[in-house]
Write a protein that binds this ligand. Structure first.
Ligand code: ZN
Length: 89
């Protein structure tokens, strides 16, 4: 009787272990998928910024919130991009 109960516990443990392993692997897969999605979205943003930078009739204004050492102190009122073509080339 005691032995039966022990086997039962062990089986329960291994089922729980398998369930946790499955969840762990699914989480890792999900992270990989989302990372890929983020990479794609970042590429998309870069492409759009490039197009916008070259097509907007920028209205530059001095950015009061930027630090004194920052090079890019001008921001367009319309597209909110910085006055730095190197960012968008
Ligand atoms: Zn602009």
């Amino acid at each position: 009787m005691e032995q039966k109960s022990n086997t039962g516990d062990k089986m329960h443990e291994s089922t729980e272990l398998m369930a946790n392993l499955n969840i762990l692997n699914q989480c890792k897969k999900d992270i990989g998928m989302h990372r890929k999605k983020i990479d794609n979205l970042e590429d998309e943003i870069k492409e759009r910024e490039k197009i916008i930078f070259n097509s907007c009739k920028h209205e530059w204004h001095y950015d009061e919130t930027s630090g004194c050492c920052e090079k890019n102190r001008y921001i367009c009122k319309t597209c909110k991009l910085y006055r730095n073509p190197y960012f968008y080339s």
